[in-house]
Design a protein around this ligand. Structure first.
Ligand SMILES: Nc1ncnc2c1ncn2[C@@H]1O[C@H](COP(=O)(O)OP(=O)(O)OP(=O)(O)O)[C@@H](O)[C@H]1O
Ligand SMILES: [Mg+2]
Length: 392
């Protein structure tokens, strides 16, 4: 091997979502990063309703369609089974590893609502801080994930014939995608929000670290289910209506665009009027559009309220500095006008993340909205392996 030959590293990030599996394979050669393969496959329910079986089938199909060159995968867990927090502890030097471990583990128990035997646990030193009269303090990032959730992921990956090398945390993948994919290291705090089908994942990063995460169980499926029940549609019809109509956005007379916000209080009137049945087809089509807009706005509005609460909590309780920018990802941000709606309600600059700015490959031929919404987590998981740092 020549001394100056660049070492090529390959990593396969596998994002097992609720509605689909997405894979991103990355090659790193020197400083150059290329997405060599990528793909996504929906998870279809089996007749017996066995979730693991459906996921294994989807992963197997993804691999045969996308032809990944390695079986070693990095996957991620998120949701209520994962706890991420920054703790402030008395100062310990780099050498006092045992003392620090003992302090972290005893403090962490207060924040982990599971038995310590049932969680995979890790931590990382963050910053030394000056705690005034109390002297130096140490900030430590703790991570805990329920072992059975981690095991479930590894089992489906093994059953699909792959080799689960690392099970990472979904929100860390978002941070890696920003840092290495979009090549940004924001010194002020930024929020990364993944609005998927079953979970909305919120992470706040500052510098290279995740400092806050929260997962909500309101996401795209909540909106589809509300359309199904309010409009009496089946799932494919409701999904289509959601994608066709999304959020309404109307231009105002001054040329500045403004959101047509429909308050929750006028929703019942709108729903009542579907039953009157006297309108022409065109009118009822129009009415259906208005109803879908109202539902999308109401539920996305609820998600945004939670995001806002997280931003305020972070600013007031954890940092003192406000979140200056919000980056979005996840399929639900493909909803028409959702980014502008979210930005308007949050009153904070917001955009869909394009984490492929600093990489090469065919993925760049995809629409930036689509690649950012779909492949951010997969890319972030793969990046973790080629850049190799952090806690798992
Ligand atoms: N154009 C669109 N308009 C509205 N919603 C959309 C659009 N495209 C996709 N979605 C929604 O995005 C969601 C799927 O997003 P995504 O693929 O990020 O979810 P997932 O990763 O499978 O799930 P999760 O992250 O919650 O486990 C679905 O609810 C789908 O209806
Ligand atoms: Mg997802």
């Amino acid at each position: 091997m020549g001394l100056f030959k660049k070492k090529k590293q390959t990593a396969f990030g596998l994002d097992i979502g609720y509605s689909s599996v997405k894979g991103v394979e990355v090659n790193k050669s020197g400083d150059e990063i290329t997405v060599s393969r990528f793909g996504s496959v929906p998870i279809e329910e089996t007749a017996k309703g066995n979730r693991a079986e459906s996921v294994v089938k989807a992963i197997t199909r993804l691999c045969s369609e996308s032809g990944f060159s390695t079986k070693r995968v990095i996957a991620g867990v998120s949701g209520e089974s994962v706890i991420v927090r920054v703790l402030r502890l008395p100062y310990f030097s780099e050498k006092e590893t045992e003392e620090l471990r003992f302090a972290v583990e005893s403090e962490a128990r207060d924040f982990i609502p599971f038995d310590m035997e049932d969680v995979a646990f890790d931590y990382q030193r963050l910053a030394e801080i000056d705690a005034g009269t109390e002297g130096k303090a140490l900030e430590v990032l703790i991570v805990a994930a329920q072992k059975d959730v981690v095991k479930w992921q590894s089992d489906v990956i093994l059953a699909a014939g792959l080799d689960p090398r690392v099970i990472d945390i979904g929100s860390f993948a978002l941070v890696n995608a920003v840092q290495y994919g979009a090549s940004m290291l924001p010194s002020a705090p930024v929020a990364l929000v993944d609005i998927g089908s079953a979970v909305t994942n919120i992470a706040i990063m500052k510098g290279e670290h995740t400092r806050f995460t929260r997962d909500l169980s309101t996401a795209g499926n909540t909106i589809t289910r509300a359309i199904m029940s309010e409009l009496g549609l089946d799932e494919p019809q409701a999904e289509k209506a959601k994608r066709d109509f999304g959020i309404s956005y109307e231009g105002d007379p001054d040329g500045e665009e403004e959101i047509l916000t429909i308050s929750q209080t006028n929703l019942p009137d709108m729903f009542d009027s579907i039953d009157e049945g006297s309108e022409s087809t065109a009118e009822s089509g129009d009415q259906m559009e208005q109803q879908v807009h109202a539902i999308c706005e109401q539920f996305l509005g609820e998600i945004v309220s939670e995001i806002k609460r997280c931003l305020l909590f972070y600013e007031n309780q954890l940092d003192g500095e406000p979140v200056g920018k919000v980056y979005l990802t996840g399929g639900t941000v493909c909803m028409k006008n959702s980014d502008r709606y979210i930005e308007n309600l949050l009153d904070t600059p917001t955009e869909v993340l394009d984490p492929f700015k600093a990489v090469k490959g065919d993925i760049l031929s995809l629409d930036p909205l689509e690649r950012g919404a779909k492949y951010t987590v997969g890319l972030g998981l793969a990046m973790r392996s080629v850049m190799g740092n952090g806690v798992s």
